[in-house]
Write a protein that binds this ligand. Structure first.
Ligand SMILES: Nc1ncnc2c1ncn2[C@@H]1O[C@H](COP(=O)(O)OP(=O)(O)OP(=O)(O)O)[C@@H](O)[C@H]1O
Ligand SMILES: [Mg+2]
Length: 273
C-alpha cells in the first residue's frame, strides 16, 4: 500500500505558528496554505516553493528564488498601480527562515482573498444551466446570459488594467481569477450562483514585465482557449472580455488586432496537429 501523502515540511517560522497553516492547494511547483498574518485576526495566503531535491542545489536555489522574487515584484508593482491583486505581506527568498536549516525553498505571504475562483463560479453556473435551463422563460434566460456577459466584461477590464501597468500574466486561466465576495451580495438568480464581487488576479509565478502587443495578445488568447476548453457554455460570451478590455484604457486597438494573428497561428498549429 502506498504511504499516505505528507506535504513537505513547512519553512520556519511557520513550523511554530498557531494555529498551524492549512494546506489548500498543491500545484506542480507551489503549495498554497491558509495562515494568519502578524496580526492573528487577519488571514493570509502563504505560497511556498519547496526546493527540488533532484535539481542541482545551486541551480535549484537560483530558480526558486528568481520565481518568488519575480512574483512578488509584479504584485508590489500592481498594487501600487491600483490593479486588483493580493497585496504582499512578507517573503523570504534566502530559504533559511533565519535559522540554520537545510530548507532551500522560498515563500511569499500575501493578502487572503475571501471569495470563489471564477472557475468554480462558471462550473456551478454551467452545471445548473445544463440541468435546468429548459425551465427558464425567455426573460430569465436573458438575465442569466447577461450576468455571464457582465462577469466577462469585468474580467476584460481588469486585464486591461494589468496590461496598462506593464505586466503580462503568463498563465491566464479561470483558476487564476478570483471574485472578492462583497459585504452584501444582492444576487437574485434561480441558479443560486453569485457572480458579484471585484475580479482579483492571482498566481503571478509566470508573469513578467512587458508592453509588447504580442505578449498581451497571447495573454488574451491563452484565456480564450482556457475558457473554451473548461467552460463551453460560457465561451460564446468571451467576446465581452475583449469589450471590457477595449474600454479599459486607450491604445488597446493594436493588441486586439494582434490577437487576430495569434488566433490564426493557433488555428494553423492545431490543424497540423
Ligand atoms: N491570495 C489568495 N487568497 C486566497 N486564495 C488563494 C490566494 N492565492 C492563491 N489562492 C488559492 O490557491 C490556489 C493556488 O494558488 P496559485 O494559483 O497561486 O498557485 P499554483 O497554481 O500552484 O502556482 P504556480 O502556477 O505558480 O506553480 C488558487 O487557485 C486559489 O484557490
Ligand atoms: Mg494557479
Amino acid at each position: 500500500m502506498a504511504d499516505e501523502y505528507k506535504p513537505p515540511a513547512l519553512p520556519p517560522p511557520f513550523t511554530n505558528t498557531t494555529p498551524a497553516p492549512t494546506l489548500l492547494a498543491q500545484g506542480a511547483e507551489a503549495h498554497l496554505y491558509k495562515t494568519v498574518s502578524l496580526d492573528p485576526s487577519i488571514p493570509a495566503a502563504l505560497k511556498v516553493r519547496p526546493s527540488k531535491p533532484y535539481r542541482h542545489p545551486i541551480l535549484d536555489r537560483r530558480l526558486t528564488r528568481q520565481r518568488i522574487i519575480q512574483e512578488a515584484r509584479c504584485l508590489v508593482k500592481l498594487v501600487r498601480e491600483g490593479v486588483s491583486v493580493p497585496a504582499v505581506l512578507a517573503m523570504d527568498w534566502e530559504g533559511q527562515g533565519g535559522e540554520e536549516s537545510a530548507w532551500g525553498g522560498a515563500w511569499l505571504m500575501m493578502e487572503w482573498i475571501e471569495g470563489p475562483l471564477v472557475r468554480v463560479v462558471l462550473e456551478q453556473w454551467e452545471a445548473w444551466m445544463k440541468k435546468n435551463a429548459a425551465s427558464l422563460d425567455q426573460n430569465q434566460l436573458q438575465k442569466e446570459e447577461d450576468r455571464v456577459r457582465g462577469l466577462m466584461k469585468r474580467i476584460g477590464h481588469t486585464l486591461g488594467g494589468l496590461h496598462k501597468a506593464g505586466v503580462v500574466h503568463g498563465d491566464l486561466t479561470t483558476s487564476n481569477l478570483m471574485l472578492r465576495s462583497p459585504a452584501q451580495d444582492t444576487t437574485d438568480s434561480p441558479t443560486g450562483v453569485s457572480m458579484e464581487g471585484e475580479v482579483v488576479l492571482i498566481d503571478f509565478g509566470l508573469a513578467g514585465q512587458s508592453t509588447q502587443d504580442e505578449d498581451r495578445a497571447v495573454d488574451l488568447y491563452v484565456l480564450e482557449r482556457a475558457i473554451g476548453s473548461t467552460h463551453p457554455r460560457s465561451e460564446p460570451f468571451f467576446e465581452e472580455v475583449l469589450n471590457g478590455y477595449r474600454a479599459s484604457h486607450k491604445g488597446t486597438g493594436s493588441t486586439l488586432k494582434r490577437l487576430e494573428d495569434v488566433r490564426l497561428r493557433g488555428r494553423k498549429r492545431s490543424m497540423i496537429g
